[in-house]
Design a protein around this ligand. Structure first.
Ligand SMILES: [Zn+2]
Length: 311
């Protein structure tokens, strides 16, 4: 009896949520997509206690990073709208049932196309995005849908800039280094985030280009990091020499689609990181790439091949 009552309540809650969201037509499709999302093979089984794992999920031409700190899950970007089933399948396989923070580096679709669906499915606690002027925000598409979902689900959508800190539940520090000022394009306005766990650090650069890179170097921001998510998919207009020197990474991760139309990553960019002695990983040749650290050492797991250096 109790079970039946519970079931009715659940159905009622689901219908109410649909009606509340005003997206009745879309929701069943999202759910179908979610349930159809096959489990993705995991390159790392998540078994090591006391470690943090940073997953660069292969979403083709786009960015998607999951940071797992014990039971806490933070997602930075998520790829295009059509990557939803892919990302949901990955999260499902990684045992993620809830997203604590969802961070949008900037509102371009290759970084946040399926974010509204993930925020809804994983009942995200908060969404963070860069503090950009209103007139620069997209007025249609995935961004508008995200605004609708967060408003109706009462999820805070917070605009942040340099100095903001995200709650990691005590597993290190996740700090916003950029934007340090308003820029007149969305790429340079990207959030640059530095995550430090013990002695190990990661730098997530969104799609920043020369202007934001130069500003970070000029103000003397502590950019040094063991692992860099290379800015703007390895474009030639990013990864300026002084910036890359300041980061001085041991590992460089390029999030790029196979044979993409933009020619990413650019040869000059690859060469720059190689010449610095960084080990290169790329989602187009390595697939999913996972870094696991205990705060001292770093282990790398990849879906395909061990390093893209041979490519
Ligand atoms: Zn991009």
């Amino acid at each position: 009896m109790l079970c039946a009552a519970g079931l009715i309540l659940l159905v009622f809650a689901f219908l109410s949520l649909n009606q509340l969201l005003g997206i009745n037509d879309d929701l069943p499709m999202w759910d179908e997509l979610y349930h159809a999302a096959g489990l993705r093979s995991q390159v790392y089984d998540g078994s090591r206690d006391g470690t943090v794992s940073v997953h660069f999920i292969d979403v083709g031409q786009g960015d998607c990073t999951l940071i797992q700190m014990g039971s806490r899950n933070i997602l930075i970007d998520c790829g295009e709208a059509e990557e939803y089933a892919n990302v949901a399948g990955y999260l499902k396989s990684a045992g993620v049932t809830r997203l604590d923070s969802v961070i949008m580096s900037h509102p371009h679709s290759d970084h946040m196309g399926c974010m509204y669906r993930l925020v809804h499915r994983y009942n995200a606690s908060e969404v963070l995005m860069p503090d950009v002027p209103e007139y620069m925000l997209p007025v249609t598409g995935s961004f508008t849908k995200l605004e609708e979902v967060v408003e109706k689900m009462k999820i805070p959508l917070t605009r942040v800039k340099e100095g903001a800190v995200t709650d990691t539940g005590g597993s290190g520090e996740l700090e916003v280094l950029s934007p340090i000022k308003p820029y007149d394009d969305l790429n340079n306005s990207s959030l640059v985030l530095k995550y430090t766990f013990g002695e190990v650090s990661f730098l997530f650069c969104g799609d920043i280009a020369e202007e934001a890179e130069s500003d970070l170097v000029y103000i003397g921001s502590d950019l040094s990091a063991d692992v860099i998510k290379v800015p703007h998919h390895g474009s030639e207009t990013s990864s300026t020499r002084p910036f890359v020197n300041a980061v001085s990474p041991v590992y460089a991760v390029f999030s790029v689609g196979e044979e993409n139309d933009y020619g990413h990553p650019h040869d000059r960019t690859l060469k720059l990181y190689r010449n610095l002695g960084a080990e290169i990983y790329r989602t187009d040749t390595n697939g999913d790439i996972v870094f696991v650290t205990d705060g001292k050492t770093i282990d790398v797991y990849t879906e395909k091949e061990t390093s893209a250096d041979a490519a």
